[in-house]
Design a protein around this ligand. Structure first.
Ligand SMILES: [Zn+2]
Length: 228
C-alpha cells in the first residue's frame, strides 16, 4: 500500500485470525485458505432466519444475524476457544472488526444506536480478565461507528447451578440478567452481541432484561457463530 504500511507489516506482521499465518498484503483478517473454508451461515434476511427463530422462543427481537456455523474440531471453532483462552484482547477485537466487515451488507449498523455485549459469567471473566462478547462488540463498534455500552449485568450464580453440566448451566439463565439503561439511552435500537448462539436462551434472556428496563427499546442481536 505504502512505505509506512509495509514497514508496519514487517515490524508487526498481520496474522490470520483463524490459523495465525502471516497475511498477504491484499488479505484482511483471514487468509485465502481460511476464507474459502469459512462455514458461513447463509443469511437471506435479518428479519427471519433460524437463529432469530430460536431467540423468538424467549423474547420479541427485531433483527438477528450470525456469521458462521459453530462446528466442533474445526478451525472456526478454534476462533472462539482462542478468544476465550489464548488470543488476548487484541484478537477478540480484531475478530469483531472482521465480523462487522463480513456482515456489512446486512446493514445492521443502520438499525443500531448502541451495541451491548452479553455479560460473561463473572467467575470465568475474572480468571481471564476480559469478556469475549465485549471484545467482539468493541471491534464491531469500531467498524460500525456505534458506541458499546455495558447496559447488562449478570446476577450472581446460585449454588444450584454448580450441579448442572456446562451446557445446562449456560442455558439456565432465566432471570440471571438485569439491565440499567440511562434515560439518554431509552427508546433506542440495541444490538446485543455474543460469541455463540445455541438455544437462543442467553440472548433471549438478555433481551427480556433490557425490555424490562425499557419497554420502548428495540432489540436485535448478532452472534459470531451459530451452534445448530
Ligand atoms: Zn488462515
Amino acid at each position: 500500500m505504502n512505505l509506512l504500511h509495509d514497514l508496519y507489516n514487517i515490524l508487526l506482521p498481520r496474522k490470520c485470525v483463524v490459523c495465525q499465518n502471516t497475511l498477504e498484503p491484499k488479505e484482511q483478517y483471514l487468509c485465502a485458505a481460511c476464507s474459502v473454508q469459512l462455514p458461513r451461515y447463509p443469511i437471506q434476511s435479518i428479519e427471519d432466519n433460524e437463529p432469530l427463530r430460536k431467540v423468538w422462543n424467549f423474547a420479541p427481537i427485531q433483527y438477528g444475524a450470525t456469521l458462521f456455523y459453530y462446528r466442533h474440531q474445526s478451525d472456526f471453532h478454534n476462533i472462539i476457544i482462542k478468544i476465550k483462552y489464548y488470543g488476548g484482547a487484541e484478537l477478540g477485537i480484531k475478530i469483531g472488526e472482521w465480523a462487522a466487515i463480513e456482515t456489512s451488507h446486512l446493514q445492521l449498523a443502520e438499525k443500531t444506536d448502541v451495541i451491548v455485549p452479553v455479560p460473561s459469567d463473572r467467575k470465568r471473566e475474572r480468571k481471564r480478565g476480559y469478556n469475549q462478547a465485549e471484545l467482539i462488540a468493541i471491534g464491531m463498534g469500531k467498524i460500525m461507528h456505534r458506541p458499546v455500552k455495558n447496559l447488562l449485568t449478570r446476577k450472581g450464580t446460585g449454588t444450584s447451578q454448580t450441579k448442572l453440566g456446562q451446557t445446562a448451566r449456560r442455558e439456565n439463565t432465566t432471570g440471571k440478567y438485569e439491565a440499567h439503561i440511562p434515560l439518554s439511552w431509552k427508546g433506542k435500537s440495541i444490538l446485543l452481541v455474543d460469541d455463540v448462539l445455541t438455544t437462543g436462551a442467553t440472548i433471549g434472556n438478555c433481551a427480556q432484561a433490557l425490555l424490562a428496563a425499557d419497554p420502548e427499546a428495540k432489540i436485535s442481536f448478532f452472534s459470531l457463530a451459530f451452534n445448530t
